[in-house]
Design a protein around this ligand. Structure first.
Ligand code: MN
Length: 246
């Protein structure tokens, strides 16, 4: 199982959860929302080679955390994965558009200068703006749009640009989400949960719920669960072996 976007550090008992993931052999990209959270979140994953940590500056807190940009740049040499980053154009956060853009611009510039990173991006109600930023910083690395919720036209633009997509049980539960996922090339899809923010049956999703998304994808792609599992494993291998140094 693969959960390419989960906030492990925000669960009430991250260590217990990590032990369960280790037992299940689950691959997790443990994303952070602030540079300050990096050290503690890396420490949580210590000794678990299937758990990687991403250095983030979440768009919903960007306006309160712009002063952590220097810390972000200082930590970037240690991070192979960057996220959660991006933009949020929903009503509650639209007022902070300029701070969000400044944060994303700073993060992507730093990633370009560092030779590129694997990026996990939030783009709620801001897909065009996120793609504009990625086009401006085209050496920033490999973008993965997490829980994509734009239009089919925006999806085509993102696919043409080279984006990957991480999709979870919540996105795959609805008809709109399924239609979007059906239009993504299968070799650019990975699973995620976005726990503990994303919920199912009244409880937060954990990385173990990535298996729900595998079942949903198998149904959508009309193949066996084993075929989907092996396809996703191949995709993860391709992504993780990307080399920006050349
Ligand atoms: Mn998230």
């Amino acid at each position: 199982m693969i959960d390419l976007h989960c906030h492990i550090d925000l669960f009430p008992n991250p260590r217990e959860l990590i032990a369960k993931c280790a037992q299940a052999g689950t691959y997790v990209l443990s994303v952070t929302t602030t540079p300050k959270a990096w050290r503690g979140t890396v420490a949580l994953a210590q000794g678990n080679p299937r758990i990687r940590t991403a250095l983030g500056l979440h768009p919903q807190v960007a306006h309160e955390r712009l002063h952590e940009m220097a810390l972000f740049e200082g930590l970037l040499p240690e991070a192979r994965y960057v996220g959660e980053i991006g933009l949020d154009g929903s009503p509650a956060f639209r007022a902070y558009q300029s701070q969000q853009s400044k944060a994303l611009d700073g993060v992507l510039s730093a990633c370009s200068r560092a030779g590129g990173r694997i990026l996990t991006l939030h783009s709620r109600r801001a897909v065009d703006e996120v793609l504009n930023a990625l086009e401006k910083h085209c050496d920033a690395g490999i973008p993965i749009l997490h829980w994509f919720s734009g239009t089919q036209a925006q999806l085509r633009r993102a696919v043409a640009f080279g984006c990957w997509f991480s999709v979870g049980p919540s996105m795959l539960a609805g008809e709109k989400g399924r239609r979007l996922v059906a239009a993504i090339p299968r070799e650019r899809v990975l699973t995620e949960t976005d726990g503990p923010f994303a919920m199912r049956d009244g409880r937060p999703l954990t990385p173990l719920d990535a298996k729900v998304a595998v079942g949903q994808l198998a149904e959508l792609w009309r193949e066996s669960g084993a075929e989907t599992t092996s396809r996703l494993r191949d995709n993860l291998r391709t992504l993780a072996s990307s080399d920006f140094a050349d």
